[in-house]
Design a protein around this ligand. Structure first.
Ligand SMILES: Cc1cc2nc3c(=O)[nH]c(=O)nc-3n(C[C@H](O)[C@H](O)[C@H](O)COP(=O)(O)OP(=O)(O)OC[C@H]3O[C@@H](n4cnc5c(N)ncnc54)[C@H](O)[C@@H]3O)c2cc1C
Ligand code: FES
Length: 486
């Protein structure tokens, strides 16, 4: 029986839980209770998960975080389930879905709507969301964090490398170890978590969040959106074949669930993400044939490129992918040398795309926030001021959703927004509020802490990599001024 699971890893060990049985199109297969359906299928060598809407083309896993719709399958009769984030359960009846699928066995009774109240709702439990929660809970505000993924931590849960960035924001610590450290600094008495809980609508009555068995309508005074970003795609022939993954999708499979996404890989993009994920593929026992880069220089840090070069992985500058070869799944890739025009073929079963991210602004747009296109910040972003409040009063945006940057800045932004929200709600501190003096002192301290964090944010952007963000922030400032002038 094919088993693509990783059993030996230099850094990670995988707690898979109990072995369970499930069915794919009637065929009995085995997986583990701590795996998602997508991971269990990959472990069994199955990469085709659905067929496309119009042309019936095979589709597979791409983003691994519930954002691209490439992994929709019919599960227990319910169509369009995102199998990359849906945990596997004993006896599940799973079907490769053709087009939209058919609702064979959808529950007749709607999910119950249950109302819940809090002071602050934070959407997304990555570094930005958790850092915001650290501030709001320590200022005594009842805070709920929701995340549509099964595990808390956003992108951090798959980063096995030691982080670059600011020392105060855990540089030198492995990404996987950062969220527990942030959580240690939260006031847990004021914090409630819901995982597998996707926020899907912002209404005057509250924010609607879908859980497995209910809809929660969360009534709250402030909402901080820290929903991260989605991976960019590239146009080339056959770019929709199963076996073509975003870099984060590859990380989800191999670093979160311990499943090899393939055996021979081609990486597209030599930014930090492409370089780091290539090295992580090697650590997982996957051969990396090469990294292709359209520019005439390596995009990421030298230290990451040097690690790959030491392992003999070529980085081909001024090269791009032209075609994926295969019918039901990737069997090879054609790469073009942009200087000579020469074509090179690689026998690979995995093509990894690491060409950047785009902020996930859909929920903000649904809420009525004004969005603007600022390429330096990653594309369409919500107009926001220096406290990260959007044009909808009480609705804030931080982290990769506000601009594509890095975890250090996401944490600082989260904290600044968390303090701003707390100040706005008048610091619900566990001090005797009758003593105005104490309250005044706490307000002053919060203001000066916020200023310190802003300074730190400027400092970490004072680098060649930060220049783009500074330019984007300048544009943002002007657009905000123009917006409020009218
Ligand atoms: C390979 C790689 C290496 C990296 N290395 C570094 C590094 O060394 N140093 C560094 O500083 N940065 C690094 N980064 C970047 C860093 O991981 C991100 O910038 C950071 O995680 C962004 O944080 P965030 O909280 O904004 O979003 P995320 O970490 O993406 O978290 C967003 C969370 O929101 C949830 N969510 C989204 N929509 C909803 C919804 N509607 N309802 C409920 N939940 C939702 C998602 O499930 C997710 O858990 C790296 C990134 C990658 C991919
Ligand atoms: S939504 Fe599941 S792979 Fe993207």
């Amino acid at each position: 029986m094919l088993d693509n699971r990783i059993y030996e890893h230099p850094i990670l060990s995988f707690d898979r839980g109990k072995r369970i049985k499930f069915f794919l199109d009637g065929k009995e297969l085995f997986g583990y209770e701590n795996e998602t359906i997508g991971a269990a299928l990959h472990a069994n060598g199955i990469t085709m998960l659905s067929k496309s809407l119009n042309l019936n083309r095979p589709r597979g896993f791409f983003c691994g975080i519930g954002k691209c719709s490439s992994c929709l399958m019919t599960v227990n009769g319910v169509p369009n389930e995102r199998t990359c984030i849906l945990p596997l359960k004993e006896g599940m009846d799973i079907h490769v879905q053709e087009g939209k699928g058919r609702a064979i066995n959808v529950r007749k009774d709607d999910k119950k709507v249950i109302t819940e109240k809090c002071d602050v709702l934070i959407i997304g439990s990555g570094p930005a969301g958790l850092s915001a929660a650290m501030e709001t809970t320590n200022y005594g505000l009842a805070t709920i964090v929701v995340d549509e993924n099964p595990i808390v931590g956003g992108q951090l849960i798959k980063q096995t490398h030691r982080f670059f960035g600011s020392e105060k924001e855990y540089a030198g610590v492995r990404g996987i170890d950062i969220s527990p450290l942030i959580l240690e600094n939260c006031n847990r008495k004021k914090l409630k978590f819901y995982t597998m809980a996707g926020a899907f609508g912002y209404y005057p009555e509250g924010v609607a969040v879908e859980l497995e068995d209910q809809i929660k309508l969360i009534k709250t005074q402030k909402v901080i959106v820290a929903g991260g970003a989605q991976e960019n795609f590239l146009i080339f022939e056959n770019n929709d074949l199963p076996g073509i993954y975003g870099a984060g999708g590859v990380q989800t499979l191999m670093n979160v669930y311990g499943v090899k996404p393939g055996n021979r890989a081609l990486m597209v993009g030599s930014g930090n993400v492409g370089l780091i994920v290539s090295y992580q593929l090697l650590q997982a026992g996957v051969e990396v044939k090469c990294v292709v880069e359209v520019m005439d220089r390596i995009g990421g840090y030298y230290v990451h490129a040097a690690k790959l070069k030491r392992q003999g992985v070529p980085i081909l500058l001024r090269h791009t992918i032209e075609e994926a070869i295969g019918n039901e799944k990737v069997e090879g890739a054609v790469v073009r040398d942009l200087e000579s025009g020469e074509k090179k073929c690689f026998e690979v079963d995995l093509i990894c795309i690491a060409v950047g991210l785009t902020p996930s602004v859909q929920l903000l747009q649904q809420a009525g926030c004004k969005t603007v296109y600022i390429p330096e910040l990653g594309g369409e972003v919500a107009l926001h001021g220096e406290c990260y409040e959007t044009t909808v009063h009480g609705l804030y945006v931080v982290g990769d959703t506000s601009a594509i940057e890095e975890a250090s800045s996401a944490m600082l932004e989260g904290r600044i927004a968390g303090i701003s929200v707390s100040l706005d709600l008048d610091l619900n501190l566990d001090i005797d509020l009758n003593l105005n003096l104490n309250h005044l002192k706490a307000t002053k301290e919060a203001l000066s802490k916020r200023e310190e964090l802003r300074k730190e944010l400027h400092e970490i952007r004072d680098s060649p990599f930060g220049k783009k963000i500074v330019a984007g922030e300048e544009k943002m400032k002007k657009l905000v001024e123009a917006y409020y002038e009218h």
